[in-house]
Ligand binder design. Structure first.
Ligand code: GLN
Length: 470
């Protein structure tokens, strides 16, 4: 199904749509670089392909922190402005091997740090449903490229919700697989133990096929798993039985349905849980007692890893180099001029929690609590629960400039960072609208059980009648 619907997309139409949504003062600013000529030439060549791949001629967009050979890879940062990688990310190469054609690289929060795409050094991306609102982040450009109808499939990355939250804000499907399911080779490191490559699409089955094509072991990433990759697109096929989820147990984690949640979003979640029941699933309240600690733990561990990973941008090895009289002055000027405010804040925070005297109090303690959060999930899945269903974000998309305090921005990740900390697969799908803006529902599953997650999501998508053909 998804193969045919994806293949209906042509590169020339993608460019017509690109031009339409980028014209005028409300232009969406979804892309940081594009390859119009190259993609049109590749499209012409694809028509002559005697053994077309499953994505032959399908236009795709790639987040700007995934390395590509001809287009720059800037991570939305001045420090990497104009940087062209000598190698290509495995996920990008696998999409191209399947026949996909890369239109361009998409806008993002600088080094994937943010939840709104406002932290890009190259200007914010706008939400296509309301250009005064954010698309979410950090993979906002990829989400918008799909939501605005430019491409049917895009790659993003996740460290703490950066695919699922923008998918929810833009009314599309976003998937973060199990840690290790997709190679991180060529994904610019933010917090390596939390980083994942993910996919965006307009329906569950396209997302499932996209993930299937990029998943699987890669000798270039020692953390990529040797597990065989099931046919995810089959798990996501539209069910025909009246009760396709009979025998499945859907957990409703009570800690995700608290006061922080917009009551209108809660109502949509309740309605989805009702549908899941009607589809044959048993819905069971469960407890993940350490949930409230996830944000503080994430915002210790992610900056700690980032402070180490980002030390490589020193003006010597990559991208921009500031003019200076001495070496240390060059480092200082390159880094202070090259990084934006949020990235600087994270580097300082991360350096602090790793420094002698604070390491045990912050970093080590956060690691211990991360284990408790992981065990919460392990216990629930071991008790016979197959998937968990929750809201993706506590609010719909907010206005550009509305959330100015970093701490408030961090709170928008409250329901998403847990799956990154535990390494479990999780996805967001549209479940309704509030004031003209989309609401996302999140489905999470046990490690390497993406197939069950897709099965539940596909049944819910069909029952809600919110399926959007790509
Ligand atoms: N918003 C979170 C952060 O700023 C998550 C970002 C991500 O998943 N890359 O770190």
């Amino acid at each position: 199904m998804s193969r045919e619907s994806l293949q209906a997309h042509r590169v020339a139409d993608a460019w017509a749509q690109y031009d339409a949504v980028h014209a005028g003062p409300d232009g969406l600013n979804a892309f940081l670089s594009i390859d119009r000529e190259g993609s049109l030439a590749a499209d012409a060549a694809a028509l002559d392909d005697i053994a077309p791949g499953p994505l032959s001629g399908v236009p795709v967009a790639i987040k700007d922190n995934l390395a590509t050979l001809t287009l720059p890879t800037t991570c939305g940062s001045r420090v990497l402005e104009g940087y062209i990688s000598p190698y290509e990310a495995t996920a990008v190469r696998r999409l191209r091997d399947a026949g996909a054609i890369v239109l361009g690289k998409t806008n993002m929060d600088e080094f994937a740090m943010g939840s709104s795409t406002e932290n890009s050094a190259f200007g914010p991306t706008r939400n296509p449903l309301d250009p005064t609102r954010v698309p979410g982040g950090s993979s906002g450009g990829s989400a918008v490229a799909v939501a605005a109808g430019v491409v049917p499939l895009a790659l993003g990355s996740e460290t703490g919700g950066s695919v699922r939250q923008p998918a929810a804000f833009c009314g599309i499907v976003g998937v973060k697989p199990t840690y290790g399911r997709v190679s991180r080779f060529g994904l610019v490191a933010y917090a390596s133990s939390l980083d994942h490559v993910g996919v965006f699409a307009r329906n569950v089955s396209d997302a499932a096929l996209g993930l299937e094509l990029i998943a699987g072991h890669d000798p270039y990433d020692a953390t990529s798993a040797a597990q065989p990759v099931p046919a995810f697109h089959r798990a996501a096929a539209r069910p025909t039985a009246a009760q396709p989820l009979a025998g499945l147990v859907v957990g409703r984690p009570v800690e995700y349905f608290t006061e922080a949640l917009d009551p209108r979003i809660r109502a949509h979640c309740d309605q989805s849980l009702e549908r899941l029941r009607a589809l044959g699933a048993e819905v069971r309240d469960v407890s993940l007692p350490h949930t409230a600690l996830a944000i503080p733990v994430y915002y210790v561990l992610a900056p700690a890893e980032a402070s180490s990973n980002l030390s490589r941008y020193d003006g010597v090895r990559y991208g921009t180099r500031a003019a200076a009289a001495t070496l240390s002055e060059m480092y200082e000027r390159t880094r202070s001029g090259g990084f934006g405010a949020e990235v600087t804040r994270r580097i300082l925070l991360g350096t602090y929690v790793l420094s002698a005297g604070y390491y045990d109090a912050y970093y080590r303690r956060a690691q211990a609590v991360r284990t408790l959060i992981t065990r919460d999930f392990d216990r629930v899945f071991a008790s016979g629960v197959h998937v968990l269903f929750t809201p993706t974000a506590p609010t719909p998309a907010f206005r550009i400039g509305e959330v100015s305090n970093p701490y408030d921005m961090y709170l928008s990740d409250i329901y998403t960072v847990t799956a990154n900390l535990a390494g479990i697969p999780a996805m967001s799908q549209p479940i309704g609208m509030v004031d003209g803006m989309p609401v996302g529902g999140q489905c999470m599953a046990a490690r390497f059980d993406e197939a069950t997650m897709f099965r539940v999501a596909a049944a819910l998508e069909q029952a809600l009648g919110l399926e959007v053909r790509s």
